[in-house]
Ligand binder design. Structure first.
Ligand SMILES: [Fe+2]
Ligand SMILES: [Fe+2]
Length: 284
């Protein structure tokens, strides 16, 4: 048995420190929950694509919060770390340079970790469909990881969920991996030994099972997204927190852990203050 704490969507910045105190609350929870590994499922930084200093600050704040004696930290990037597909974020496309900046601050964007009986894989959803060198490198890594899985069980960590409710649903736009890019994940996403798909991005907590697989949406530590920005939570709960995954011989048990003292910030009324629209989209 081993334990992984999943943290997500910290949105840290020295420029705009609105969510930093909530990370401090999460760090106190981490200190009281022993684990072998911490996985951050993206949006570590407030605005990494345009402010590399936010990535550096996030890396420093995460390491300080977890502590030198704390568990090892693995990260996968989010759209607010490295950008997104041009059709979603024309002002902040994911590029190899932005991926390199994230890797320099927070480590490899795609990774494979083997633990007793399990293979844990971190996937960079932000590179899917971009045509970058990093996308090709990741595709080769994921194919190799599927081929060499052996008799281990499989857990995937990524920023955007692969889908909201069903693998064959139509494009959900900003919120998920687009249908056209799910094929790149297919060798892992539909593998018979897959047991966990753990994601962030929606700032909503939800656990749903599809066959043998638990699809776990981690709440954010930073803020919730309200109805004005996200009308439908697809059965999930708007709340803050982290996830605790306990991996055993036969499967994984996942539970949400609250953040005592965290401020229940809702992004909707402060969006323009935190994420001003790019000049091309701003009202004249
Ligand atoms: Fe986020
Ligand atoms: Fe995100």
């Amino acid at each position: 048995m081993f334990t992984v704490l999943q943290i997500s969507d910290t949105h840290l910045s020295q420029r705009i420190p609105r969510f930093n105190a909530n990370w401090a609350c999460a760090a106190r929870v981490i200190a009281s929950h022993p684990a072998e590994l911490i996985v951050h499922t993206g949006d570590a930084a407030l605005d990494g694509p345009d402010h590399a200093a936010d990535l550096d600050f996030a890396a420093s704040a995460l390491r300080t919060g977890i502590g030198a004696e704390g568990p090892r930290l693995r990260c996968v990037p989010g759209n607010h770390d490295v950008g997104d597909r041009p059709v979603i974020a024309p002002h902040q496309p994911t590029t190899d340079a932005r991926i390199a900046a994230h890797a320099a601050a927070l480590g490899a964007c795609t990774w494979v970790d083997d633990a007793p009986g399990w293979r844990l894989i971190g996937i960079n959803t932000q590179v899917l469909g971009t045509g970058t060198a990093a996308e090709a490198t990741q595709a080769a890594m994921l194919a190799e990881a599927a081929l060499t899985l052996g008799d281990r069980l499989l857990a995937l960590f990524m920023h955007k969920p692969p889908f909201l409710d069903q693998a064959d649903e139509p494009d959900a736009g900003y919120w998920t991996v687009p249908p056209g890019e799910r094929g790149a994940l297919a060798p892992l996403l539909f593998h018979a030994r897959l047991r966990l798909v753990a994601s962030g991005h929606l700032h909503v907590h939800r656990l749903i099972r599809r066959g043998a697989v638990m699809h776990a949406w981690s709440p954010a530590t930073s803020f919730m997204v309200g109805p004005a920005l996200m009308a439908d939570t697809h059965g999930g709960e708007r709340r803050l927190g982290i996830l605790r995954h306990r991996f055993g011989v036969d499967g994984v048990e996942t539970e949400v852990v609250a953040l005592p003292g965290a401020e229940p910030i809702v992004l909707d009324p402060i969006t323009d203050e935190i994420y001003p629209p790019p000049p091309s989209l701003a009202p004249a």
